[in-house]
Design a binder for this molecule. Structure first.
Ligand SMILES: [Zn+2]
Length: 303
């Protein structure tokens, strides 16, 4: 009898929790195949936590987090094969197809192939584009054919801002230079393609949070996600907390979107959600906007 009461209580509690839990859109999820799993990430994160065992366990663990935290949409970027593999297993239609590009010719891409993929709905968001890692910026001429196509078909662009992993320049991304992560370097893109839907990833990082805010002030169409800043190190959490306080005060919080940037560590999704929820200066409404409403507006989601 007593046991039954406890079970009933647990069930009631769970259903109440499920109902009251905010819907979430994660604007920054990474997918892999075994061919690139762990190529760019260390085996342990800053806290000593190991990443998933392989690409398939990583997908399963990430999908479990979608389920657990009511993540109803996720912008997934990775190599095209990994994204299609995730879509094939995504019975709940959560995945928005992105593509990870460091250089314009990654995945043997060119503008003809790109336009066809856009037409075939194989690319729904152009990103994560991370010219930083490939030694360029999105304003460079080599990226322009892609951006013209994105503007033409109203495909949102997601661009890495801020630095990358400390030490990465000595290992997997020799062309990465800190200065290439400055949000101001995408200003020409904003000027040239005023109708382009575009968001910064990582909100300028620890390096240029103030540039991210000022760029959003000058260009009212520009959004940002928070991404890896929410969890990867205590130092990034310190910066993103300040960023959120400042952007709230500046009045542009309605263009800030949640993203977890879990990379090979699916547990980071939960950690990012908990960190954002722990910030007292954000109201419940602010949190709902960051978790869902701002991204729904940016993505033009139909209910
Ligand atoms: Zn990322």
């Amino acid at each position: 009898m007593k046991k039954n009461i406890i079970i009933l209580f647990v069930l009631l509690h769970q259903s109440f929790f499920a109902q009251s839990q905010t819907k979430i859109i994660d604007m920054h999820i990474h997918s892999y195949t075994d061919s690139d799993f762990g190529d760019r990430e260390p085996s342990q994160d800053y806290y000593g936590k190991k990443g998933s065992k392989d690409a398939e366990s990583h997908r399963i663990e990430t999908f479990a987090a979608f389920e657990k935290f009511n993540i109803v949409k996720a912008m997934v970027s990775g190599n095209p094969e990994s994204v299609e593999n995730w879509v094939a297993k995504d019975d709940d239609h959560r995945i928005i197809r992105g593509i990870l590009m460091f250089s314009p010719n990654d995945h043997e891409m060119d503008s003809v192939k790109f336009e066809q993929m856009v037409k075939d709905k194989k690319i729904e968001v152009f990103g994560e584009t991370a010219p930083y890692y490939g030694g360029t910026t999105l304003s460079d001429s080599i990226w322009q054919p892609y951006l013209r196509i994105c503007e033409k078909y109203d495909i949102p662009v997601a661009v890495h801002t801020g630095g990358g992993d400390p030490g990465g320049t000595y290992s997997w991304s020799p062309k990465a230079r800190l200065k290439l992560g400055d949000p101001y370097l995408i200003e020409d893109v904003l000027v040239k393609y005023p109708k382009l839907r575009i968001y910064m990833m990582h909100a300028g990082g620890e390096d240029w949070p103030e540039h991210a805010i000022r760029l959003m002030a000058y260009y009212p169409q520009l959004y940002t996600d928070l991404a890896v800043m929410l969890w990867v190190e205590p130092n990034t959490q310190r910066y993103v907390k300040e960023f959120l306080q400042n952007i709230k005060e500046a009045g542009y919080l309605n263009r800030v979107m949640f993203g977890s940037d879990q990379m090979t560590w699916p547990y980071a999704i939960e950690k990012s959600i908990n960190f954002l929820n722990s910030l007292d200066f954000l109201t419940e409404q602010d949190k709902e906007d960051i978790f869902y409403n701002n991204a729904a507006r940016f993505l033009k989601l139909k209910e």
